[in-house]
Design a protein around this ligand. Structure first.
Ligand code: BGC
Length: 245
Protein backbone atom coordinates (compact mmCIF):
# COMPACT_ATOMS: atom_id res chain seq x y z
CA UNK A 1 0.00 0.00 0.00
CA UNK A 2 1.20 3.55 -0.76
CA UNK A 3 0.75 6.22 1.90
CA UNK A 4 1.70 9.91 1.69
CA UNK A 5 4.29 10.79 4.35
CA UNK A 6 5.01 14.41 5.30
CA UNK A 7 7.80 15.55 7.64
CA UNK A 8 7.60 19.04 9.18
CA UNK A 9 11.03 20.37 10.12
CA UNK A 10 12.39 23.65 11.44
CA UNK A 11 13.56 24.75 7.97
CA UNK A 12 11.64 22.62 5.47
CA UNK A 13 8.48 20.56 5.03
CA UNK A 14 9.03 17.45 2.91
CA UNK A 15 6.60 14.92 1.53
CA UNK A 16 6.40 11.92 -0.76
CA UNK A 17 4.30 8.79 -1.27
CA UNK A 18 5.87 5.73 0.36
CA UNK A 19 5.50 2.05 -0.50
CA UNK A 20 5.01 0.45 2.91
CA UNK A 21 6.21 -2.96 1.69
CA UNK A 22 9.70 -1.65 0.98
CA UNK A 23 9.85 1.68 2.82
CA UNK A 24 10.86 3.39 -0.42
CA UNK A 25 9.58 6.65 -1.87
CA UNK A 26 7.54 5.97 -5.00
CA UNK A 27 7.75 9.53 -6.37
CA UNK A 28 10.26 12.32 -6.13
CA UNK A 29 9.81 14.11 -2.83
CA UNK A 30 8.60 17.72 -2.65
CA UNK A 31 10.26 20.13 -0.21
CA UNK A 32 8.83 23.55 0.63
CA UNK A 33 10.35 26.01 3.11
CA UNK A 34 8.78 26.09 6.57
CA UNK A 35 6.77 29.34 6.73
CA UNK A 36 7.87 32.02 9.20
CA UNK A 37 6.37 32.46 11.69
CA UNK A 38 5.61 28.71 11.71
CA UNK A 39 2.13 29.09 13.15
CA UNK A 40 -0.41 26.25 12.80
CA UNK A 41 -2.52 27.80 10.00
CA UNK A 42 0.50 28.65 7.82
CA UNK A 43 2.09 25.22 8.29
CA UNK A 44 -1.22 23.45 7.60
CA UNK A 45 -1.54 25.43 4.33
CA UNK A 46 1.88 24.08 3.20
CA UNK A 47 0.89 20.54 4.20
CA UNK A 48 -2.25 21.01 2.08
CA UNK A 49 -0.07 22.17 -0.83
CA UNK A 50 1.97 18.96 -0.65
CA UNK A 51 -1.22 16.83 -0.58
CA UNK A 52 -2.46 18.72 -3.66
CA UNK A 53 0.88 18.43 -5.47
CA UNK A 54 0.59 14.63 -5.35
CA UNK A 55 -3.20 14.83 -6.01
CA UNK A 56 -3.41 12.54 -2.99
CA UNK A 57 -6.71 11.08 -1.84
CA UNK A 58 -5.40 8.12 0.22
CA UNK A 59 -4.09 7.99 3.80
CA UNK A 60 -1.66 10.67 5.00
CA UNK A 61 0.81 10.61 7.92
CA UNK A 62 2.48 13.76 9.25
CA UNK A 63 5.59 13.93 11.46
CA UNK A 64 5.79 16.98 13.73
CA UNK A 65 8.72 18.33 15.79
CA UNK A 66 6.92 18.26 19.13
CA UNK A 67 5.04 16.20 21.68
CA UNK A 68 1.78 14.82 20.31
CA UNK A 69 -0.91 12.75 21.99
CA UNK A 70 -3.86 11.49 19.98
CA UNK A 71 -3.25 14.13 17.30
CA UNK A 72 -3.15 17.04 19.77
CA UNK A 73 0.13 18.92 20.27
CA UNK A 74 1.59 19.74 23.66
CA UNK A 75 4.25 21.97 22.09
CA UNK A 76 6.59 22.42 19.13
CA UNK A 77 9.39 24.62 20.47
CA UNK A 78 11.23 24.95 17.16
CA UNK A 79 8.08 25.94 15.25
CA UNK A 80 6.01 28.40 17.31
CA UNK A 81 4.56 28.64 20.79
CA UNK A 82 1.00 28.74 19.42
CA UNK A 83 1.22 24.98 18.69
CA UNK A 84 0.55 24.26 22.37
CA UNK A 85 -2.85 22.57 22.49
CA UNK A 86 -3.37 22.69 18.70
CA UNK A 87 -5.31 19.78 17.20
CA UNK A 88 -2.80 18.87 14.49
CA UNK A 89 -4.78 15.87 13.25
CA UNK A 90 -7.74 18.13 12.52
CA UNK A 91 -5.56 20.89 11.01
CA UNK A 92 -4.05 18.32 8.65
CA UNK A 93 -7.42 17.03 7.46
CA UNK A 94 -7.59 13.91 9.63
CA UNK A 95 -4.02 12.73 8.99
CA UNK A 96 -2.21 10.44 11.46
CA UNK A 97 0.24 12.61 13.44
CA UNK A 98 3.45 11.39 15.08
CA UNK A 99 6.52 13.01 16.65
CA UNK A 100 9.26 13.42 14.00
CA UNK A 101 11.97 11.50 15.88
CA UNK A 102 9.50 8.73 16.72
CA UNK A 103 8.65 8.59 13.00
CA UNK A 104 12.33 8.39 12.02
CA UNK A 105 12.89 5.70 14.65
CA UNK A 106 9.92 3.64 13.47
CA UNK A 107 11.23 3.81 9.91
CA UNK A 108 14.74 2.80 10.99
CA UNK A 109 13.43 -0.07 13.13
CA UNK A 110 11.23 -1.34 10.28
CA UNK A 111 13.38 -0.82 7.19
CA UNK A 112 16.85 0.21 8.39
CA UNK A 113 19.61 -0.59 10.87
CA UNK A 114 17.23 -1.29 13.76
CA UNK A 115 15.50 -4.13 11.96
CA UNK A 116 15.20 -7.15 14.26
CA UNK A 117 17.12 -5.39 17.07
CA UNK A 118 15.85 -6.36 20.50
CA UNK A 119 16.81 -4.74 23.80
CA UNK A 120 16.80 -0.98 24.43
CA UNK A 121 17.48 0.80 21.16
CA UNK A 122 17.72 4.58 21.07
CA UNK A 123 17.45 6.61 17.89
CA UNK A 124 18.66 10.21 18.18
CA UNK A 125 18.19 12.73 15.38
CA UNK A 126 20.48 15.76 15.16
CA UNK A 127 19.05 18.68 13.20
CA UNK A 128 17.42 21.96 14.24
CA UNK A 129 16.85 20.23 17.59
CA UNK A 130 17.72 16.83 19.01
CA UNK A 131 14.94 14.27 18.70
CA UNK A 132 14.75 10.91 20.44
CA UNK A 133 12.90 7.64 19.87
CA UNK A 134 13.21 4.87 22.44
CA UNK A 135 12.41 1.23 21.61
CA UNK A 136 12.21 -1.64 24.04
CA UNK A 137 12.24 -4.98 22.18
CA UNK A 138 11.00 -3.13 19.11
CA UNK A 139 8.13 -1.33 20.88
CA UNK A 140 8.21 2.47 20.80
CA UNK A 141 7.98 4.50 24.03
CA UNK A 142 6.65 7.70 22.39
CA UNK A 143 7.49 11.36 23.07
CA UNK A 144 10.67 10.79 25.11
CA UNK A 145 12.07 14.28 24.30
CA UNK A 146 15.62 13.46 25.40
CA UNK A 147 16.92 16.44 23.41
CA UNK A 148 15.80 18.65 26.28
CA UNK A 149 17.88 16.93 28.97
CA UNK A 150 19.98 19.41 30.87
CA UNK A 151 23.63 19.41 29.83
CA UNK A 152 26.10 21.66 31.69
CA UNK A 153 23.21 23.89 32.75
CA UNK A 154 21.75 24.20 29.22
CA UNK A 155 19.00 22.57 27.23
CA UNK A 156 21.07 19.81 25.54
CA UNK A 157 19.85 20.61 22.03
CA UNK A 158 21.10 24.19 22.38
CA UNK A 159 24.63 22.79 22.80
CA UNK A 160 24.73 19.63 20.76
CA UNK A 161 22.21 19.84 17.87
CA UNK A 162 23.42 20.29 14.32
CA UNK A 163 22.05 23.83 14.44
CA UNK A 164 24.25 24.52 17.50
CA UNK A 165 27.25 23.24 15.50
CA UNK A 166 26.49 25.73 12.74
CA UNK A 167 25.49 28.65 14.96
CA UNK A 168 28.47 28.28 17.28
CA UNK A 169 30.72 27.73 14.27
CA UNK A 170 32.15 24.49 15.68
CA UNK A 171 34.53 22.18 13.84
CA UNK A 172 33.42 18.56 13.61
CA UNK A 173 35.84 17.42 16.31
CA UNK A 174 34.75 20.13 18.72
CA UNK A 175 31.10 19.36 18.09
CA UNK A 176 31.84 15.63 18.53
CA UNK A 177 33.02 16.50 22.06
CA UNK A 178 29.60 17.96 22.83
CA UNK A 179 27.86 14.94 21.30
CA UNK A 180 30.10 12.70 23.43
CA UNK A 181 29.08 14.57 26.63
CA UNK A 182 25.44 14.32 25.66
CA UNK A 183 25.59 10.61 24.81
CA UNK A 184 27.42 9.84 28.07
CA UNK A 185 24.53 11.43 29.93
CA UNK A 186 21.94 9.47 27.95
CA UNK A 187 23.84 6.19 28.42
CA UNK A 188 24.06 6.81 32.16
CA UNK A 189 20.27 7.22 32.31
CA UNK A 190 19.09 4.43 30.00
CA UNK A 191 21.93 1.96 29.33
CA UNK A 192 20.79 1.35 25.75
CA UNK A 193 22.13 -1.65 23.84
CA UNK A 194 22.38 0.31 20.59
CA UNK A 195 22.30 4.02 19.62
CA UNK A 196 21.37 4.99 16.06
CA UNK A 197 22.20 8.51 14.88
CA UNK A 198 19.80 10.07 12.38
CA UNK A 199 19.07 13.49 10.92
CA UNK A 200 21.05 15.36 8.29
CA UNK A 201 24.40 14.75 10.03
CA UNK A 202 24.12 10.96 9.72
CA UNK A 203 25.49 11.17 6.17
CA UNK A 204 28.63 12.87 7.57
CA UNK A 205 29.06 10.28 10.35
CA UNK A 206 32.71 9.68 9.39
CA UNK A 207 33.49 13.27 10.40
CA UNK A 208 32.39 12.92 14.04
CA UNK A 209 31.55 9.34 15.06
CA UNK A 210 35.23 8.28 15.20
CA UNK A 211 35.59 10.73 18.15
CA UNK A 212 32.59 9.35 20.04
CA UNK A 213 33.14 6.42 22.44
CA UNK A 214 30.48 5.65 25.03
CA UNK A 215 30.86 1.89 25.55
CA UNK A 216 27.74 1.19 23.47
CA UNK A 217 27.64 0.77 19.67
CA UNK A 218 26.77 4.12 18.03
CA UNK A 219 25.93 3.76 14.34
CA UNK A 220 24.57 6.07 11.61
CA UNK A 221 21.01 5.50 10.39
CA UNK A 222 20.45 3.89 7.00
CA UNK A 223 17.42 5.93 5.97
CA UNK A 224 19.03 9.36 6.27
CA UNK A 225 16.86 12.38 5.60
CA UNK A 226 13.85 10.45 4.37
CA UNK A 227 13.24 8.57 7.62
CA UNK A 228 10.68 11.09 8.90
CA UNK A 229 8.62 10.84 5.71
CA UNK A 230 8.75 7.04 5.74
CA UNK A 231 7.87 6.78 9.45
CA UNK A 232 4.99 9.25 9.09
CA UNK A 233 3.58 7.14 6.25
CA UNK A 234 4.08 3.92 8.26
CA UNK A 235 2.18 5.44 11.20
CA UNK A 236 -0.80 6.23 8.97
CA UNK A 237 -0.60 2.76 7.43
CA UNK A 238 -0.57 1.05 10.84
CA UNK A 239 -3.46 3.10 12.10
CA UNK A 240 -5.61 1.90 9.28
CA UNK A 241 -4.75 -1.73 9.79
CA UNK A 242 -5.65 -1.88 13.49
CA UNK A 243 -8.97 -1.98 15.27
CA UNK A 244 -8.15 1.21 17.19
CA UNK A 245 -10.14 4.33 16.37
C1 BGC B 1 11.38 18.72 19.98
C2 BGC B 1 11.14 17.26 19.68
C3 BGC B 1 11.64 16.92 18.28
C4 BGC B 1 13.07 17.34 18.11
C5 BGC B 1 13.58 17.12 16.71
C6 BGC B 1 12.85 19.02 19.78
O1 BGC B 1 13.08 20.37 20.02
O2 BGC B 1 11.02 19.02 21.31
O3 BGC B 1 9.76 16.96 19.78
O4 BGC B 1 11.50 15.53 18.06
O5 BGC B 1 13.23 18.71 18.44
O6 BGC B 1 12.86 17.84 15.78
Amino acid sequence: MDVLGIDIGGSGIKGAPVDLETGELTRERLRVPTPRPAVPGAVAAEVGRIVEHFAWTGPVGVAVPGVVHGGVMRDAVNLHESWAGADAAELFGGAAVVNDADAAGLAEMTYGKGRGERGTVLMLTFGTGIGSALFVDGVLVPNTELGHLELHGHDAEHRASDRAREEHDLGWREWAGRVQDYLEHVVMLLSPSLIIIGGGVSKKADKFLPYVQVGVPVIPAALRNEAGIVGAAATAGNRRSTALP
